[in-house]
Design a protein around this ligand. Structure first.
Ligand code: SF4
Ligand code: SF4
Ligand code: FES
Length: 250
């Protein structure tokens, strides 16, 4: 039985320190709407279901094709990309929209994901290059290595994995699954390997790999199906080897 209307309940918050509130909206049903198109409809006429005029809800989006991660929010309690969430595929009933809970709310459905980017800086999540001139072709890698690297390179820092990780919260120092997986990616790169030991030293310290409780929630929600737990296993092997090397003074 198709919906006659689309009922939405949105958690609103005017500023980081403002108290949150809920607002309800009712839209005429159209097939093939995603969450973003519902928000755009509300923006055109920001009037609640109860008939009160309100401010248009704020949200972030860029690519609209599940590549940038910026539109990530909690839809019916689960973190997902609102651009890729079709209303027709959701169970009947009110659709609840909330911001991610592991990051500070900026406004309404927009959160500040910068802790994830700061963690990437901490683990040197990049390949160092020397200047901008043509360095010629890079080193060749085996197809199997390329395929593994590609899987990890698809991370869009959406934060879904951080949202469901029981070890990542405001009381812990854990840097979280997404930045850890990038250590796996950059340590495998022929040039990135030069900084492998520095990355490993970082994740051997406080807030690093040892803080992962192996609950595996992260790997289940990653929209890019990144093999996060495989990365943690490999990083465990790499950190053990480095620890032994340091112990033996080699
Ligand atoms: S395996 Fe569990 S504890 Fe470790 S990063 Fe993933 S969700 Fe967090
Ligand atoms: S690892 Fe997956 S869930 Fe985590 S931030 Fe990257 S794309 Fe999102
Ligand atoms: S807008 Fe880029 S993932 Fe949704």
């Amino acid at each position: 039985m198709p919906r006659a209307t689309i009922e939405l309940k949105i958690r609103r918050q005017d500023a980081p320190s403002a108290p949150p509130r809920w607002e309800e909206f009712s839209l005429p049903y159209r097939p093939n709407m995603n969450v973003i198109s519902c928000l755009m409809e509300i923006r055109k006429r920001p009037v609640t279901k109860q008939g009160t005029t309100t401010t248009p809800p704020a949200w972030e989006a860029s690519c609209l094709e599940e590549v940038c991660g910026s539109c990530t929010m909690r839809v019916n309690g689960a973190p997902r990309q609102s651009c890729a969430t079709l209303i027709d595929r959701l169970p009947p009933g009110t659709v609840t929209l909330e911001p991610l809970t592991k990051f500070q709310v900026v406004r309404d459905l927009i959160v500040d994901r910068s802790p994830m980017l700061e963690a990437l800086i901490q683990v040197k999540g990049w390949i160092p290059i020397d200047g901008t001139y043509d360095l010629g072709p890079g080193p060749r890698i085996a197809e199997s290595e390329r395929a593994t690297a590609y899987a990890f390179s698809r991370c869009m820092t959406c934060g879904c994995c951080m949202e469901v990780c029981p070890q990542y919260n405001e009381r812990s120092e854990f840097i979280g699954p997404a930045p850890l997986a990038q250590v796996r990616l950059f340590n495998a790169h022929p040039t990135g390997r030069m900084n492998a030991a520095e990355r490993l030293q970082t994740i051997m310290g406080r807030g690093g790999l040892a803080d992962c409780g192996n609950a595996q929630n992260c790997v289940q929600v990653c929209p890019k199906e990144i093999p996060l737990t495989e990365a943690f296993g490999e990083l465990g092997r790499q950190t053990t080897l480095l620890w032994l090397k340091n112990l033996l003074g080699k």
